[in-house]
Write a new protein. Structure first.
Ligand SMILES: [Zn+2]
Lengths: 323, 287
């Protein structure tokens, strides 16, 4: 188990639990009451910690090394999944995966950012930072979904679109802009979930959906707290403050009306019970898709555009006051 | 984001108060004898020289950053009307870094004649009706917040309803961080609305000027029926500093310039500022 800094009080409790369990296995001492007591303690402590998470702590949770990624969810929720590769223009981006999915009776195209599960795979997946061909592959799969009447499910989990020389040469900005333009008019249902990190253009490039949800311990922002700190505070040391200022957590995002809902995570985060998390996702997305399927496609697209059209906060003054 | 434009255009504000603007190629308010130093070659010319040359350095051809009203003066035949000036940004997140967003805005109002990082105007370009939405880098780095997104949305709707071609002149450091996810959503908002303009078959021209980066590039700036740029402009998704820090290598010469984007297939052409008006008229003839 990996414990984040703010989870340290749990670590010692878990250590005690492990020791006692071992004692119980070795001798004939009845440790059950002590085990029960410790488990209660752990539950209480966990609740205490998780009821008052700061923005930055949620950012850390969203990046927890044991947190499930797109392909894990796909493996858990799909009876059948056929991965489809390549953008047909340049290459196959490993940071965005997608394919044909059967989710107990529901056919769909599932697309998502993919991070690596170990050092080698993290490199292979480019840390979930896609190049333009990742976004173009995603769009190609969405076109297939549109053509064959399949809903699109996007799982968002990226620290950002990759900032590299070749990404710029191949039009990172154009790829994201094109996805936004095409997703707005895509003639099928689009459901998006932020399952981890929702950083900036790299996230919104898969994020223009009829329904957009965030997992409880995730974040969605125009910039990561670290980069925000480095630009606005001119130092990397203010990431906690930046995370607070950006109000990037799921509860804020729902309050702002920028997302449609929050998907509860198991106490302690998705990684503490990945199977339960996957089951929650499966149920949630099946319900969402069946709700959206009841809406006429023209109306759905209209509602989709209107929803994003209405995002923004400003004051309206009379012209005379302008000075 | 904090960088200020080198050229300040004074004087149009008085005309604004009368409701209608008249084009003035040569602004009388800046004394013509003052020297102007080119940001690129550091050579000096007189303000009179540079103004008559569309703020293009007569020595090296560098296009100095100019404001929205300079573009209106360049593009429109005579008078033009400002649109959607009633929208104002405010600090709805109570966002505070080293400064509060409210103070940043106040500062921007004091330093600028424009009321936001984008100004929209309608007029005629060689007798053809045209709506121009032009960004001001001097206003919080030309950053896109809710008001920029809303003004573009209203401009798109205005153009759709009245069948008027739209030109957006981008000049931006990206999204406005102080509006957090609201600024990010402006990418989706502007891009989604552009599909309506496209469905109505109304021309949308995108002019990218120095600099155009971040969320603006990753939305409306790259979505023109035609995308074109001023020479030597910095255009990209990620800023050069971020890329350099990520890859830990020096960037190649000419990286992320207009010429680089043209070479890689993302621009239709590059147009010098003194040719802009005629080029727009030529394009509108076909579209
Ligand atoms: Zn020069």
């Amino acid at each position: 188990m990996v414990f984040l800094e703010f989870e340290k009080p749990l670590e010692s409790l878990y250590e005690q639990l492990e020791k006692i369990t071992q004692v119980g296995q070795e001798g004939d001492l009845d440790v059950d009451p002590m085990v029960k007591e410790l488990e209660t303690k752990i539950r209480k402590k966990r609740k205490e910690i998780y009821d008052s998470l700061t923005g930055w702590q949620k950012v850390q949770l969203s990046r927890h090394p044991e947190r499930p990624y797109t392909l894990y969810y796909i493996s858990q929720i799909c009876d059948k999944f056929i991965e489809l590769h390549g953008d047909r223009r340049y290459s196959d981006d490993k940071a965005i995966v997608g394919g044909l999915a059967k989710i107990s009776g529901t056919k769909a195209i599932v697309i998502g950012h993919q991070k690596g599960v170990n050092t080698k795979m993290r490199q292979f997946r480019n840390f979930g930072m896609a190049n333009p061909e990742g976004y173009r592959k995603a769009l190609r799969l969405m076109r297939i979904a549109e053509k064959f009447g399949l809903p699109v499910v996007c799982l968002i989990d990226t620290p950002g679109a990759y900032p590299g020389i070749e990404a710029e040469e191949r039009g990172q900005a154009e790829a994201i802009a094109r996805n936004l333009f095409e997703m707005a008019q895509l003639r099928t249902q689009i459901v998006c979930y932020v399952i981890g990190e929702g950083a900036s253009g790299g996230a919104i490039g898969l994020g223009l959906g009829d329904a957009v949800y965030m997992f409880e311990n995730t974040w969605y922002s125009v910039i990561s707290p670290e980069s925000c700190s480095s630009i606005l505070w001119r130092s990397w040391d203010y990431k906690e403050q930046a995370a607070e200022a950006l109000k990037l957590t799921s509860d804020h995002m729902l309050e702002f009306g920028l997302i449609d809902g929050i998907v509860k995570e198991p106490l302690g985060g998705a990684h503490t019970d990945p199977e339960a998390m996957a089951a929650t996702l499966k149920k949630h997305l099946k319900q969402t898709i069946s709700k959206l399927k009841k809406i006429e496609i023209e109306e759905l697209i209209d509602m989709r555009i209107k929803k994003f059209r209405n995002m923004g906060k400003f004051q309206e003054t009379s012209d005379q006051e302008m000075e | 984001m904090e960088e200020e434009s080198t050229v300040q255009s004074k004087g149009w504000f008085k005309r604004l108060k009368e409701g209608i603007q008249t084009a003035t190629k040569h602004k009388k308010e800046v004394p013509d004898g003052v020297w102007f130093k080119c940001d690129s070659c550091k050579e000096t010319s007189t303000v009179k020289e540079i103004k008559e040359n569309f703020y293009i350095c007569p020595k090296c051809g560098y296009h100095s950053r100019i404001g929205s009203h300079d573009y209106f003066d360049i593009i429109f035949d005579a008078s033009f009307n400002l649109l959607f000036e009633h929208l104002k940004s405010y600090d709805f997140l109570a966002f505070t870094d080293l400064k509060g967003y409210g103070d940043r805005l106040q500062n921007a109002y004091e330093k600028n004649e424009v009321s936001e990082a984008i100004t929209v105007a309608e007029g005629k370009c060689h007798s053809r009706r045209l709506v121009v939405a032009a960004m001001d880098f001097s206003f919080i780095g030309g950053s896109m917040g809710s008001v920029v997104g809303e003004k573009i949305a209203l401009a798109i709707e205005h153009c759709t309803n009245h069948k008027i071609p739209l030109l957006i002149i981008s000049k931006s450091g990206g999204a406005r961080m102080m509006e957090s996810a609201f600024s990010l959503m402006q990418l989706a908002k502007t891009s989604a609305l552009l599909t309506k303009l496209a469905q109505a078959k109304i021309p949308y021209l995108s002019l990218l000027s120095d600099p155009t980066t971040g969320g603006v590039t990753a939305s409306f700036a790259m979505l023109g029926d035609l995308n074109f740029a001023e020479p030597q402009a910095l255009i990209g998704f990620a800023g050069p500093r971020v890329i350099k820090e990520t890859i830990k290598k020096d960037l190649p010469e000419g990286f992320q310039t207009s010429e680089f984007l043209l070479e890689h297939g993302f621009l239709d052409f590059i147009v010098a500022r003194d040719q802009l008006k005629d080029r727009l008229a030529d394009l509108l003839y076909f579209l």
